[in-house]
Write a protein that binds this ligand. Structure first.
Ligand code: FAD
Length: 482
C-alpha cells in the first residue's frame, strides 16, 4: 500500500515545446496528476533545419519569461537547457527518478524524429515519453477520408472535422504544482534571444505582449469588439483590428485552439456575429488543416507537392530578392507588406498572398526562398502553415490556386486598400500621393514621386506576368501530380 502511494506520488517531467501555457495544457495536466512532483523544462536547440528564426527567438524570450512567471505562481520553476533533447530529457528524467515524460504531440518532421530518439533513450531506462494533444482541435491524423487517408483539400477536411463535434471544453490551469527542487538550468538572458546590436525589435515590443496573459487579453478584445465585423473586415489590411492577430499566440501554444474555439462560441451574439464566428472558426480550422497536411507529407516545407512544379526554371536574382526583402520593389502594396513584416514580425493575410505571389510569379524566384525569409522574420512562423501557404500561392500544393492565376498587385491594392491607408502607413514617402497614384506611382507622371526616393518597379509587371505564364506552360504535368 505504502509502495503504491509512493509510486503514485513519484515524479514526472513536463517537457514544454510549442505549448507555452499552464491553462488547458493536457501534457501539464497529466504530469501533475496524482500530486506528482514535476520538473518543468524547455530545451532550446539551434542546430539543424527549420530551427526558430530571429523574430521567433525574440518572441520565445518573452514567452518563456511569461511561462516561468505562471509556473512560479504555482510553486514550480522552469528549467532551461540548451542542446540535444535526446540527451538532456532522459538525463533529467533519470536524475529525478521520473517514470514518465509528458509533452505535446508535434506534427513537424524534425520534432517527430527527435521524439523517436528521446523515446528510445527513455525506454532504455524503462521510462516513457507520453504525447498529448495540445496544438489542434482534434487529434492529429483523426480527420480521415472514408478510405482512411488524409485530406489534401481544405473544404472536405473542414466538413469532416466539424462533423467530429465541438472540441473538448478547455481545462483550467493547475492551482499548485509540486515542484522538484535542486535542478539547475540556464539563465534566459544568457541565451541572448533578443537582438542588441542593432536592436531591431522596437516596433515588435510596441505591438505584442508574448505570453498567455497577452494572448488572452488580445482574444477577449477581439471577440468583444471585432468578431461581428470579421467576415467583412478581414480582407482590409488597413484595419489593424480586422483580424485577431492571435497567430503568434496560437503558434507558440500560449492559447490552445480549444480555448479560442470555445471563447468564440461563447462570445455574445450581436449584429453579424454568426457570419463573423463561422468565418473565424473556418480560419482556425485552416490551422488544423495545415498541421494535418504536414503530418501526412513531411517533405512539405522543402518539396513541391505537385512534382511538375519542381521543373519551373526559377531565376536566381539576388538583387530582386533583396529588394523584396527590404520593401523596395517599387510596387507599393508589396513594399508596405514587406516593411510591416520587418518592423512588427507579422503581415496581414491578404498582403502575405500578394507579396508571395509577386516574388514567385512576377519575379520568378523559387517559393522556398520566400518561405525562408518569412520563416526568419515572422513571429508566428509556423512550419506547417507557412509551407502550406507558400505552396498554395505557388500553385504547387494539393489545395492551391493554379499557377496561371497571377495576382495583379496593383488591382489587389486598389480593391483591398482603396484609400491607400495601408500603403501610407508603411511606405510613408508615398503618403502625399493621391488615392489613384498611391497604388501605382510608376504609372503616374515622374513628378509624382520626385524627391521621395521611391524606386521604379524592379520587375515590369506585365513582362513578369508573361514570363511566369511562359515558364508554367513549359512545365509538364506528371502522373504524380494527379
Ligand atoms: P485571423 O484571421 O484572426 O485568423 C485566426 C487564426 O486562424 C490565425 O491566428 C491562424 O492561427 C489561423 N489562420 C488564419 N488564416 C490561416 C491560413 N490561411 N492558414 C492557416 N491558418 C490560418 N500563418 C501562421 O500562423 N504562420 C505562418 O508562418 C504563416 N505563413 C503564411 C505565409 C503565406 C505566404 C501566407 C499567404 C499565409 C501565411 N499564414 C501563416 C496564414 C495567415 O496569413 C496568418 O495565419 C494570419 O494572417 C494571422 O493573422 P491573424 O491571427 O490576425 O488571423
Amino acid at each position: 500500500m505504502a509502495r503504491a502511494a509512493a509510486k503514485k506520488e513519484g515524479a514526472a517531467v513536463m517537457w514544454f515545446r510549442n505549448d507555452l501555457r499552464v491553462a488547458d495544457n493536457a501534457a501539464l495536466r497529466a504530469a501533475v496528476a496524482g500530486g506528482r512532483r514535476v520538473l518543468a523544462v524547455f530545451v532550446l536547440d539551434r542546430r539543424g533545419d527549420w530551427t526558430p528564426g530571429a523574430a521567433s527567438l525574440w518572441w520565445l524570450h518573452g514567452s518563456l519569461a511569461a511561462l516561468a512567471g505562471e509556473l512560479e505562481k504555482r510553486g514550480a520553476a522552469l528549467v532551461l537547457r540548451e542542446g540535444d533533447a535526446a540527451a538532456i530529457i532522459p538525463e533529467l528524467a533519470t536524475a529525478i527518478g521520473a517514470d514518465e515524460v509528458h509533452c505535446g504531440r508535434a506534427h513537424e518532421p524534425g520534432v517527430r524524429a527527435l521524439d523517436e530518439r528521446v523515446a528510445a533513450a527513455l525506454a532504455e531506462g524503462g521510462r516513457t515519453l507520453v504525447h498529448h494533444r495540445v496544438a489542434t482541435l482534434h487529434d492529429i491524423g483523426a480527420v480521415r477520408t472514408k478510405t482512411g487517408g488524409g485530406y489534401g483539400i481544405y473544404a472536405p477536411f473542414a466538413r469532416a472535422e466539424r462533423a467530429l463535434g465541438a472540441p473538448e471544453t478547455p481545462h483550467p490551469a493547475p492551482a499548485r504544482i509540486a515542484a522538484v527542487a535542486d535542478v539547475t538550468g540556464d539563465r534566459l538572458d544568457d541565451w541572448k534571444l533578443r537582438p542588441t546590436t542593432p536592436d531591431w525589435a522596437g516596433r515588435m515590443r510596441e505591438t505584442w505582449t508574448p505570453g498567455e496573459a497577452g494572448g488572452h487579453a488580445r482574444l477577449e478584445r477581439f471577440l468583444r469588439d471585432h468578431l461581428a465585423d470579421y467576415a467583412e473586415e478581414r480582407d482590409r489590411p488597413a484595419n489593424a483590428d480586422g483580424t485577431s492577430m492571435l497567430s503568434p499566440h496560437l503558434h507558440w501554444g500560449e492559447l490552445s485552439p480549444n480555448q479560442v474555439w470555445h471563447a468564440a462560441s461563447d462570445a455574445k451574439a450581436g449584429r453579424g456575429a454568426k457570419a463573423g464566428r463561422e468565418k473565424f472558426e473556418g480560419e482556425v480550422l485552416w490551422h488544423d488543416f495545415a498541421a494535418n497536411v504536414l503530418w501526412n507529407d513531411p517533405a512539405l516545407p522543402d518539396r513541391p507537392q505537385r512534382p511538375s512544379m519542381g521543373t519551373i526554371p526559377w531565376r536566381r536574382d539576388p538583387q530582386v530578392l533583396r529588394a523584396w526583402q527590404q520593401g523596395r520593389t517599387g510596387v507599393p502594396i508589396v513594399d508596405a507588406g514587406m516593411r510591416q513584416l520587418w518592423q512588427i514580425g507579422w503581415m496581414h493575410n491578404r498582403v502575405r498572398m500578394i507579396t508571395a505571389s509577386f516574388i514567385i510569379k512576377h519575379a520568378l524566384v523559387d517559393w522556398v526562398d520566400g518561405e525562408k525569409w518569412f520563416w526568419d522574420t515572422l513571429v508566428d512562423a509556423d512550419l506547417a502553415t507557412n509551407a502550406m501557404s507558400w505552396q498554395w500561392v505557388a500553385g504547387s500544393g494539393t489545395d492551391s490556386a493554379p499557377f496561371f492565376r497571377v495576382f495583379n498587385p496593383v488591382s489587389q491594392s486598389r480593391k483591398f486598400d482603396p484609400a491607400g491607408a495601408y500603403i501610407r502607413a508603411w511606405v510613408p514617402e508615398l503618403a502625399g500621393l493621391s488615392d489613384r497614384d498611391v497604388h501605382a506611382p510608376h504609372e503616374a507622371s515622374p513628378d509624382v514621386v520626385k524627391g521621395t526616393g521611391y524606386p521604379r518597379p524592379v520587375v515590369d509587371l506585365a513582362e513578369g506576368r508573361d514570363r511566369a505564364l511562359e515558364a508554367f506552360r513549359r512545365t509538364r504535368a506528371t502522373r504524380e501530380d494527379a
